[in-house]
Design a protein around this ligand. Structure first.
Ligand SMILES: *[C@@H]1O[C@H](CO)[C@@H](O)[C@H](O)[C@H]1NC(C)=O
Length: 142
């Protein structure tokens, strides 16, 4: 009898621990993201390789990016949305564990691209305090 209730309590604790563990695992993982780097890039943003001079190409809040060769996908990257999280950088520039969702509108203008993803100043500022420091990011297409 005593053994049975002990087992019961034990399995409840185990269940609770598994719930806590799975919560932290989903919290730490972005969306099975890849690792890379990001830098901000400045206006003029038009024309873009994706949408030329179309004025409606930029999403609200100007959250957009220009991607480097590895993500460009021969131009198929245009219009894709990436969820990006700042992981680290010099002097802890990340705004907590904030993420930003940004639309691909361009191919990185610099050759070679200074980072995996060049972000609009607004998109970059959404996740980092320091616009002059490159950051390490986790990113995933959504
Ligand atoms: C921003 O980053 C640059 C380059 O790493 C660094 O020199 C500067 O001190 C940083 N600014 C702040 C406020 O951390």
């Amino acid at each position: 009898m005593g053994g049975r209730s002990f087992d019961h309590i034990f399995s409840m604790e185990l269940l609770f621990m598994l719930m806590v563990l799975s919560f932290f695992c989903t919290e730490l993982r972005l969306v099975s993201g890849d690792l890379g780097t990001a830098t901000p890039y400045s206006p003029p943003y038009i024309p873009t390789r994706c949408f030329g001079t179309r004025p409606d190409q930029f999403p609200p809040m100007y959250l957009f990016v220009a991607v480097s060769e590895g993500l460009w996908d021969g131009g198929s990257a245009c219009g894709r949305i990436y969820k990006i999280r700042c992981l680290s950088g010099p002097n802890m520039p990340c705004k907590g564990r904030a993420t930003v969702e940004a639309k691909v509108v361009d191919f990185c203008r610099q050759s070679p691209c200074p980072s995996t993803i060049a972000m609009s100043t607004d998109a970059f500022a959404a996740i980092s305090h320091n616009s002059s420091a490159p950051i390490n990011i986790e990113y995933a297409q959504i």
